[in-house]
Design a protein around this ligand. Sequence first.
Ligand SMILES: [Mg+2]
Length: 149
Amino acid sequence: MTENEHLLLCLAEECDEVGQRVMKALRFGLDEIQPGQPLSNAQRISGELHDLISVATILSDNEVIPNPYPTGGVISAKAAKIAHFMEIGRREGVLTTVPETAGPVVIEAASSMPGDIFDWALTVQWPDGSESVEHCSTQAAALLGYVPE
Ligand SMILES: [Mg+2]
């Protein structure tokens, strides 16, 4: 086995670790902290993504794979693709728009600053009853199901 083949195995391993951590978060919640360590599942997902991106960067530096960072409209294109498939999920009744958890709930959504990257203002009610206004991109608002068709 070459060093680059070893690195490719590391990349596959990190992909699995991201998937494992995401599945734990879906089973037990993003805020859950597994005993024996201090990090939440959300923090651990981020850590595994850092591992994955690091290995991909090393492989790119070794000219084994192209640049692993999305450029140009790649993120927007992916967001649009996900929004399309979420719509199919909603149509088929397997994806709900309203969060099912006791977490924050968006009570009003409006495009407030057209032209700004974070052009959507979401009025959020938190579990303690307080409200705040959070800003996000049109793509994020679409993913959350707040952009009208
Ligand atoms: Mg890892």
